[in-house]
Design a protein around this ligand. Structure first.
Ligand code: AMP
Length: 586
C-alpha cells in the first residue's frame, strides 16, 4: 500500500507522522522529529533546513528565513542568500526535508501527504500550501484544519458526539477553536485568536528583565547588541522551559561585558511567580479569545465536553490552571502538545489509506503523585493538604519540582510523605513513602525544593533539597503503580478511617490536632496559597518603597506567628492583607 504521511507545517516547528500497526507515530530523527520551520543557505551555497538553519540566524540573517507560514498566500517574496523566493518555495524546502526524513525512516518512497493549516487560513493560503507540497514532490491528498487534527488525535476512536475546545499556544501564534465531532466527522464551529502571541513574546519579556538587570545592577548596556540579544533570548527560553517543571531557574551567561578590564558574568535567578506575573496580561487576553470562541460558536462553557492543549507554550503550568479555573475540570495535555496536530494528520492520512480506527499510543500516569503540607483544607488549617506534583494523565517520563517552606525558626526536620491519589485530603489517598529530612538550622520560611521523577515503568524518584545549602535526600519507590487498583484504594481509605476512630467522617480539625503533635518533633512544610504570598513578599521587599516596607514585614511576621500557633484563619487573614498590599505595590 502506498504510504500517506501526515504533516504539521507550523510557523515555528514542523513534524511528519505516520500510522504504523494501528498507531500514529511521529517520525523521529536526532532532534525528536521536531524540525524548526527555518530555511537557509550555508557558506557553501547549500540549502539547509531545520536546526542547522536556525543555528545560523544570528550570524547570517540575510541567508536565513524564519516563520514563512505568515506569508503564505501573499505575493510577497523573501530574500535569501542573494535571491528572492516565493513563500511556497521556502515551505517546499521544509516539506522536502520532512519527506526525506519519512523516506529514510519508512525505507520507501513517500509521494502523498495530508497537510494541516490553521482554521482561519483563506483559500489563497490553502492553495499556496498545496502548491508548496507539489513543489516538494508531494501529492497533497487532503488539507485539514489544525484543530481538526488535534481533535482527531484524542478522539478518533470515540463515536459519541462531542464538543471540544482546542487551546493552541505555540511559539508565535495563538488559536482557540471549538469543534464538534459527530459520526467521526469533525466540524470547526468557531476559531479565533491572536496571530502575534506566543512563547516568543514570553522569551522577549524575560530578555527585557535581563537587560534591565544588566543595566541597573551590573552597569552594562547590552540593549541593541544583536549577538547579545540572541544569547539572552536562548537563555531566556531555556529558563522559561525550566520554570514549567521547577519553581526557580538560574540564568547564567559568561562574558557579557567588560568593566575596567574585568570580565562580567550574568547570574540571575528567575522565579516562576515572577515569570507568571510578566505574562499575566497575555494570558488574560488569551482568555478573552476563549470567551469569544464560545460566543461565536453559540456554546456555553457548560456544554464543552473536553479541552485540549496544543502547542509547546501550553506546558506553562499557569495555562492549564487558568483553564481549569474557568471550566471546573483539568484540560487534556497527555498527547504531546507539540506533536498532536501531526499525529492527527497521520490518523487522517491513515483513513485516506483505508485504515480504520488508528489512534495514538500513550504512556501516561493513571494516578496523581504528590505530598502533604500545611495549608488550608476546607477552611481549616491542616498539615494533610494534598499537594500534587505529577498529575494524572501526564505523559511519562515526567519530572516536576515544587518549592515548600519550613514553618518555624530552626526547624530540625521535615517529614516528607509521598502520596498517590486524587483527594484534597492526603489521608484519603495512599501513602507510598515517608522520609525524614534533617534540616540545617535556619529561619522559618526557608525553602525546600521537592522533586518527583516518574518513569515509564512506574519507578518514582524523590529528591528533597535545602535551597540555601544544597543539602539533599533521595529515595526511589520501585513500583509506584503497584497496589493501586480502585479496590485497594477503597480498602486503604477504609483502613485509614477505621484507624482514625472507626468513623469515615473525621474532621479536618481532628486530623490537624493529631498531626500537630508529630510536627512538633519532625516539623512540617507549608505549601501553596499563603506560602506563595510570603515568597512574593520576600522577593519584593527590597524593591518596595520605604514607607511600605514596615507594613510588609509586620504582615509577614503575623503570618508566620499564626502558622506557628496553628491559627489558620489569622494566617489567611494576614496573607489576604499582604496580597492586597502587594497588588497595590505592583
Ligand atoms: P510550537 O510552536 O507549538 O512548537 O511551540 C513552541 C513554543 O513552545 C516555543 O516558544 C517554546 O519555547 C515553547 N515551549 C516548549 N516547551 C515548553 C515548556 N516546557 N514550557 C514553556 N514553553 C515551552
Amino acid at each position: 500500500m502506498e504510504p500517506i504521511v501526515g504533516i504539521d507545517l507550523g510557523t515555528t516547528n514542523s513534524e511528519v507522522a505516520f500510522v504504523i500497526d494501528g498507531h500514529a507515530r511521529v517520525i523521529t530523527d536526532v532532534n525528536n522529529g521536531i524540525i524548526p520551520s527555518c530555511v537557509g543557505i550555508d557558506t557553501e551555497g547549500r540549502v539547509i533546513v531545520g536546526e542547522e538553519a536556525r543555528n545560523q540566524v544570528v550570524a547570517a540573517p540575510d541567508r536565513t528565513v524564519l516563520s514563512i507560514k505568515r506569508l503564505m498566500g501573499t505575493d510577497r517574496t523573501v530574500p535569501m542568500g542573494g535571491s528572492d523566493y516565493r513563500p511556497q518555495e521556502i515551505s517546499a524546502f521544509i516539506l522536502k526535508a520532512l519527506k526525506e526524513m519519512a523516506e529514510k525512516n519508512l525505507e520507501c518512497a513517500v509521494g502523498k501527504a495530508v497537510i494541516t493549516v490553521p482554521a482561519y487560513f483563506t483559500d489563497a493560503q490553502r492553495h499556496a500550501t498545496r502548491e508548496a507540497g507539489e513543489l516538494a514532490g508531494l501529492n497533497v491528498v487532503r488539507i485539514i484544519n489544525e484543530p481538526t487534527a488535534a481533535a482527531l488525535s484524542y478522539e478518533s476512536a470515540n463515536s459519541e458526539t462531542r464538543k471540544i475546545l482546542i487551546f493552541d499556544l505555540g511559539g508565535g501564534t495563538f488559536d482557540v477553536s471549538i469543534v464538534k465531532i459527530e459520526n467521526q466527522v469533525v466540524e470547526v464551529l468557531s476559531s479565533t485568536g491572536d496571530n502575534h502571541l506566543g512563547g516568543d513574546d514570553f522569551d522577549r519579556k524575560i530578555v527585557n528583565r535581563l537587560v534591565e538587570y544588566c543595566e541597573k545592577d551590573l552597569d552594562i548596556d547590552v540593549a541593541g547588541d544583536p549577538v547579545m540579544t540572541a544569547r539572552l533570548t536562548r537563555a531566556a527560553e531555556t529558563a522559561k522551559i525550566e520554570l514549567s517543571s521547577a519553581p526557580f531557574a538560574l540564568i547564567e551567561e559568561d562574558h557579557i561585558g567588560n568593566i575596567n578590564g574585568k570580565d562580567i558574568h550574568l547570574s540571575f535567578e528567575l522565579s516562576r511567580i515572577d515569570f507568571e506575573e510578566m505574562i499575566d496580561e497575555d494570558l488574560a487576553r488569551s482568555m478573552d479569545s476563549v470567551n469569544k470562541a464560545m460566543t461565536d460558536a453559540g456554546i456555553p462553557a457548560s456544554e464543552i465536553d473536553k479541552i485540549i492543549l496544543v502547542g509547546g507554550s501550553t506546558r506553562i503550568p499557569a495555562i492549564p490552571a487558568m483553564l481549569e479555573k474557568k471550566f471546573g475540570r483539568p484540560p487534556h495535555g497527555e498527547i504531546d502538545p507539540d506533536l498532536c496536530v501531526a499525529l492527527g494528520a497521520a490518523i487522517q492520512a491513515g483513513r485516506e489509506m483505508g485504515l480504520e480506527n488508528s489512534g495514538v499510543l500513550l504512556d501516561i500516569t493513571p494516578y496523581t503523585f504528590g505530598t502533604s503540607a500545611l495549608s488550608p483544607l476546607d477552611g481549616d488549617w491542616s498539615p494533610n493538604r494534598f499537594v500534587p506534583l505529577i498529575r494524572r494523565n501526564t505523559k511519562l517520563p515526567a519530572s516536576r519540582t515544587e518549592a515548600f517552606q519550613t514553618v518555624c525558626d530552626n526547624q530540625q526536620a521535615a517529614e516528607i510523605n509521598v502520596y498517590q491519589g486524587e483527594e484534597p485530603n492526603a489521608l484519603d489517598n495512599v501513602r507510598i513513602g515517608t522520609y525524614s529530612f534533617d534540616l540545617t538550622r535556619a529561619p522559618m520560611g526557608s525553602i525546600i525544593l521537592l522533586n518527583y521523577e516518574l518513569d515509564i515503568n512506574g519507578i518514582l524518584k524523590m529528591e528533597a533539597v535545602e535551597k540555601k545549602t544544597g543539602r539533599k535526600i533521595n529515595a526511589v519507590i520501585d513500583n509506584a503503580f503497584s497496589g493501586l487498583t480502585e479496590t485497594e484504594l477503597s480498602e486503604s481509605r477504609q483502613r485509614i478511617s477505621e484507624m482514625w476512630g472507626g468513623d469515615d467522617e473525621f474532621t479536618h480539625e481532628e486530623a490537624f490536632e493529631d498531626e500537630t503533635d508529630e510536627s512538633e518533633s519532625s516539623g512540617n512544610i507549608i505549601a501553596a496559597g499563603v506560602a506563595d504570598i510570603l515568597r512574593q513578599a520576600e522577593q519584593k521587599l527590597s524593591r518596595a518603597p520605604e514607607q511600605d516596607r514596615d507594613e510588609m514585614v509586620n504582615l509577614m511576621e503575623e503570618i508566620r506567628r499564626a502558622i506557628e500557633n496553628g491559627n489558620p484563619e489569622e494566617a489567611e487573614q494576614a496573607a489576604d492583607e499582604l496580597d492586597d498590599l502587594l497588588f497595590y505595590l505592583d
